[in-house]
Ligand binder design. Structure first.
Ligand SMILES: NC(=O)c1ccc[n+]([C@@H]2O[C@H](COP(=O)([O-])OP(=O)(O)OC[C@H]3O[C@@H](n4cnc5c(N)ncnc54)[C@H](O)[C@@H]3O)[C@@H](O)[C@H]2O)c1
Length: 366
């Protein structure tokens, strides 16, 4: 008997890559599709030999076990709640929600459902993130007291629909798209954000209709006393780097590549020359450590690079399938998903208070 998990996919730009991912990973198949663009939805469904559903209710009535939510950000939370109430497992695109009210409703829905909720924070599964996480856990950086991350992606081309109206990416509803930055830092350090202080560059420079901030800068303090700095910018014209991370510990330092031939690099007290005022420590290639720490990642087949995000989704989907089969808890459950999302929501409160530090709720205590 097939134990394939049957998925309904919601939203077909990003959702298309999930169709390919199922083929590569196995154990999952797309049997239903919902997209508000009916022409597109029907065409993709026909090709995938899946059922087209014109509404969420229709989708949830089909014979599916789980949904992949790849609709625009403002719909993630309502789609997740609907699916959880219908007893369908949820793998939701980032960010989990856009307001505190939504976050509370999502926690309630997850608590009252037997179905699994997982935030599909794929950057947390990037090779570089997994490698540095294992090195930190192995003590190679000593005690990590500082981390930084940047999501720099000029998305202005996606601001306009065909009729010239503003899309969800430009109309201010997206909030702070911070999980690709905060998620990996919290995974690497096994920590939680306790407070956020935010600054923003106001919008309007590129199109007076688009008043959403050009970029957000978040200063975060964690439960364990770490300081994190995160820049989220999907407007500025400049070369992309959506997965920049940096760490500083008592015995090591790490920085992702910056471009122009640069590669990701580390300096470690236990492996490299001394760092001192008159002895300049040098950067060394991070990849030197991959063979030791992430051998299974180096052995991944070429087809594991199923999207623009390396092999991250190839490693993420099996963990969701394991949770659905009850083999282990979802690694980014509703609480962890909100640990990644809520600092961006509380950032709005900080901005309104002139950048004051605002405590970030721990949703486990709600
Ligand atoms: N994790 C990642 O690396 C990554 C990468 C790309 C996009 N995303 C996320 O995926 C989501 C979708 O992004 P996109 O670039 O595909 O957006 P998009 O606007 O290009 O496409 C959204 C699709 O959803 C459909 N849609 C719109 N409203 C809908 C609704 N209410 N119900 C059902 N379908 C609806 C649209 O017709 C369209 O086909 C966003 O949340 C985005 O942040 C994540």
């Amino acid at each position: 008997m097939s134990t394939d998990v049957r998925f309904g996919v919601i939203g077909l730009t990003r959702g298309l890559s999930f169709l390919r991912l199922c083929e590569v990973v196995g154990g999952a198949r797309v049997t239903a599709i919902h997209d508000t663009d009916e022409v597109r939805g029907r065409a993709v469904a026909a090709e995938a030999q899946a059922t087209y559903a014109s509404t969420m209710d229709e989708l949830l009535d089909t014979d599916i076990d789980a949904v992949v939510i790849a609709s625009p950000v403002p719909y993630h939370c309502q789609h997740a709640i609907q699916a959880l109430r219908a007893g369908k497992h949820v793998l939701s695109e980032v960010i989990a929600c856009t307001s505190l009210d939504e976050a509370h409703a999502l926690v309630d829905a997850a608590r009252n459902s037997d179905a699994v909720y997982m935030l599909a924070e794929n950057y947390r599964y990037l090779d570089e993130v997994e490698l540095t996480q294992r090195m930190v856990a192995d003590g190679r950086f000593g005690e990590v007291y500082y981390g930084e991350a940047e999501y720099l992606h000029d998305c202005r081309d996606l601001w306009y629909a065909e009729d010239g109206s503003l899309t969800w990416r430009a109309d201010g509803r997206i909030g702070v798209y911070c999980t690709h930055s905060i998620g990996p830092l919290l995974y690497i350090t096994d920590d939680r954000v306790a407070s956020v202080s935010a600054a923003a560059v106001p919008g309007g420079q590129f199109d007076t209709e688009v008043s959403a901030p050009v970029m957000h800068l978040l200063h975060l303090h964690t439960d364990a006393g770490r300081v994190l700095r995160v820049r989220v910018d999907h407007t500025s014209p400049r070369p992309h780097q959506m997965a920049y991370y940096g760490l500083q510990g008592t015995a090591g330092s790490f920085e992702s590549w910056r471009g122009n031939g640069d590669t990701s690099k580390v300096w470690l007290a236990d492996a490299h020359e001394r760092s001192g005022c008159y002895e300049a420590a040098q950067w060394h290639g991070l990849e030197e450590f991959a063979r030791h720490y992430i051998p299974e990642r180096l052995a991944a087949p070429p087809e594991a690079e199923v999207s623009d995000h390396g092999t991250s989704e190839y490693w993420m989907l099996p963990e969701f399938l394991d949770a659905v089969h009850g083999r282990r808890p979802a690694p980014i459950d509703v609480y962890r998903g909100l640990d990644y999302t809520l600092p961006g929501i509380f950032a709005a409160e900080s901005l309104a208070a002139g950048g004051a530090a605002i405590d970030v709720d721990d949703p486990r205590r709600w």
